[in-house]
Design a protein around this ligand. Structure first.
Ligand code: BG6
Length: 484
């Protein structure tokens, strides 16, 4: 197989929050994996920045430990790790004060791409942007990467956009949504727009409904303070699930360029109908043997924040009028399984008689685990005895189809960081997209808040509240089982 990897220019990547949890779990091990895979150019440097007074040696040990804990199997190569660590630097800076900025400026080189990853609380974005600018550490070619949550509602997202716009233009701002960096999520676009097979059927005439499930087994323990302030709607739906929905529902962009793709995604968000209260089910996990309840994990015994949400949406445009999209996501569910299922309509007439029942084809795009795709088709059951139909999956697992290449598939973060260095914004959210997503989300949250709705309690290890199943059952449809 020929692999075409777009080369990356030498760069200085500064990670604010370099000693934080995201840097430790995702960003730094991910960068090492790119180095290990030979995709880090000569002369690339990674500069950790945080409030902590650390020596370079201490920061390198911190990274060595992070790689041991979060690097993937097969990349644990001492010589490579040593070589990687030579490219690491550290500077202590005070995001709200003056300390350290001069040191950072002196460290930067003039002739390479400069990127600044804001892996810090959003309340510090403005301070850091301002100091970068004031200390002349950035110029018009520099890029900044900002983490979610991008605002808490429309107003705060707008304020954040305005603040960043004081120092950077839109082409320099990379708003990260790591779901867009997942291999299968990009494959969704390849499947839709790289094949003739699916696109003619990709509309309300042929698609009965679409299900998007992001199920997790973990609870919110350890990050309850953040989560309780967000809930599943803000934490997952407004961003990750909205992005998945956009890629499924959007019109073909005229080319695979950042604004062409983002224009189409924006149109989908704008075409979303408001969701009536009866089409939303919110849940909160209860207690089970050996498992703490949401109320105890969040350390907020009175909390009415949802750890699960399911809803039925309509995209009001020519392509999708009449095809519902069902979304569900939650913590402490029975499996960690994320997938998109496109459920096609039955053939218009069954020449085999009605007894064969429903025969809708289903295209399942599995995001995790076991990334791949599966198309359910109807065939004749083998053997004599008449025409009996059965459904079988045409299954493509990336691991099977691509062999060792699949193991080298980059994690979402490392891929996205390399895109920042390449200057490719296709897989990043534009400011107006984020605002449109909040504009749709805010009234739904305001609705249940003003009604004082309490989430329904569901059992840990289940598929969420029964009422979520009813969202589909009442219309003669079924959720696909959450795989364990
Ligand atoms: C994060 C959310 O953005 O995505 C978490 O804040 C969630 O609550 C996580 O667990 C899920 O990401 P992934 O890649 O594990 O599906």
């Amino acid at each position: 197989m020929v692999s075409r990897v777009i080369p990356v220019d030498p760069f200085d990547l500064v990670i604010f929050g370099g000693t934080g949890d995201l840097a430790r779990r995702k960003i730094l091990p991910g960068l090492y994996r790119r180095f290990w895979a030979g995709q880090m150019p000569e002369g690339a440097r990674i500069i950790g920045a945080s409030r902590k007074e650390l020596s370079e040696k201490q920061f390198r040990s911190f990274i060595r430990e992070a790689i041991a804990e979060f690097g993937i199997e097969g990349v644990d190569d001492k010589a490579k790790i040593d070589a990687f660590l030579k490219q690491i630097h550290y500077v202590a800076v005070d995001a709200k004060g003056e300390a350290g900025w001069d040191d950072l400026r002196k460290l930067m080189r003039g002739d390479v791409v400069r990127a600044f990853y804001f892996s810090v609380a959003p309340s510090l974005f403005g301070d850091i942007a301002e100091r970068l600018n004031k200390n002349k550490i950035t110029d018009k070619h520099s890029r900044i990467v900002v983490e979610k949550p991008f605002g808490h509602d429309l107003e705060s997202a707008r304020a954040l956009n305005r603040t960043l716009a004081r120092f950077f233009n839109e082409a320099q701002i990379y708003r990260i949504d790591h779901y867009l960096g997942k291999e299968t999520v990009q494959n969704l676009m390849a499947v839709r727009f790289g094949n003739i097979l699916f696109e003619p059927l990709w509309n309300a005439q042929y698609v009965d409904h679409i299900q998007i499930t992001v199920a997790e087994t973990v609870g919110v323990g350890g990050r309850g303070a953040y989560y309780d302030h967000s809930g599943a709607m803000r934490d997952m739906v407004q961003n990750h699930m909205m992005q998945l929905l956009c890629l499924i529902a959007m019109e073909p962009p005229y080319c695979f360029e950042p604004d062409a793709v983002r224009d189409e995604k924006l149109k989908v968000i704008r075409a979303l109908d408001p969701v009536p209260a009866g089409d939303i089910v919110r849940g909160q996990y209860g207690k089970a043997k050996g498992i703490d309840s949401y109320l105890s994990d969040s350390e907020h015994p009175e909390s009415i924040t949802e750890s699960f949400i399911a809803m039925k949406l309509h995209v009001s445009n020519w392509r999708w009028k009449g095809t519902p999209f069902y979304l569900r996501t939650g913590k402490r569910l029975k499996g960690r399984s994320s997938e998109i299922a496109v459920v096609f309509k039955d053939p218009p007439h069954s020449i085999f008689g009605e007894r064969d029942g429903r025969r809708g084809n289903v295209l399942v795009i599995r995001l995790q685990p076991n990334e791949g795709m599966n198309l359910r088709v109807t065939i004749k059951e083998p053997g004599p005895g008449g025409m009996r139909l059965i459904e079988v999956p045409l299954d493509m697992s990336f691991a099977d189809a691509l062999g060792p290449a699949a193991a080298q598939v980059a994690d979402a973060y490392e891929r996205l960081i390399m895109d920042v260095i390449r200057g490719n914004q296709t897989l990043f959210m534009r400011g107006d997209e984020v605002e449109a997503a909040w504009a749709w989300t805010d009234p739904l949250i305001a609705g249940w808040t003003s009604r004082g709705d309490h989430p329904l309690t569901y059992e840990p290890g289940s598929s969420g509240p029964e009422e979520a199943l009813m969202l589909l059952h009442r219309e003669g449809r079924r959720w696909r089982d959450i795989e364990q």
